[in-house]
Design a protein around this ligand. Structure first.
Ligand code: CA
Length: 234
């Protein structure tokens, strides 16, 4: 599964253009037209990167970015108007990773997204490849290797693993996992995720009764272990 980009922008034309280019660039996108909706989508979907317009109706971009920073290190790219030099500086101080001034070329946006993701994902990052502990997850070829041995997973199990492994140590609720698996908000089927996790563990874990990769967070959901943080080349 490709990275999910959350785009918070109230101007429909710009949002659509940016979304089209990001999708052409191989990203999944989610758009929100105001700050509160954007923040709710951020909490629900846990995107890999946020493109955030500074000037939004209601809750503005700075408040949105502040709220996100309180709970996450998600990379943020700010969209600013040229006149908003001070806001841009404040934005960077608040922890935005980059900014783009309007009007901008959508191609430029895709390049910046790519660059910021590469930066936060580290030097050993290869697009489409996640290396964690002794696992190698090829998200484009849909292959999983554990200590060099291929493990066959169903598409759903593979996607579930990818969602978790992209954010080691971050707990996902069952509802968040279901939303991301199916791409729509779902309610009332919370427990079906447990069956998928069980199947995934049966194939992935050397000892499914004592998992070392996909951990249960009691009363909340699941997370990928944050021990053995990304390891470089073997
Ligand atoms: Ca705006």
């Amino acid at each position: 599964m490709n990275e999910l980009i959350l785009l918070i922008e109230d101007e429909a034309k710009i949002a659509k253009l940016a979304r089209d280019y990001l999708e052409k660039g191989g990203y999944r996108t989610l758009t929100a037209a105001d700050g509160l909706t954007g923040l709710a989508a951020f909490r629900r979907e846990r995107p890999d990167l946020v493109v955030l317009d500074l000037n939004l109706p209601g809750m503005d971009g700075l408040d949105v970015s502040r709220a996100m920073r309180r709970e996450s290190a998600v990379p943020i790219i700010m969209l600013t108007a040229r006149a908003e030099e001070t806001d841009r500086l404040i934005g960077l101080e608040l922890g935005a990773d980059d900014y783009i001034t309007k009007p901008f070329s959508p191609r430029e946006l895709v390049l910046r997204v790519k660059a910021v993701l590469r930066r936060v994902q580290g030097d050993n990052y290869t697009p489409g490849l996640i290396r964690l502990a002794d696992l190698e997850i090829d998200t484009e070829g849909h292959r999983l290797l554990r200590a060099g041995e291929e493990i066959a997973l169903s598409r759903l199990e593979f996607n579930l693993l990818t969602i978790l492994a992209r954010h080691p140590g971050q707990t996902f609720t069952r509802a968040q996992l279901l939303d991301r698996l199916h791409g729509v908000a779902s309610v009332g089927y919370d427990r079906s995720i447990d069956a998928h996790i069980k199947n995934l563990r049966r194939k992935l874990e050397p000892n499914p009764a004592d998992p070392r990769y996909v951990l249960t967070v009691y009363g909340i959901g699941y997370k990928f272990t944050d021990e053995n943080q990304p390891q470089g080349e073997k």
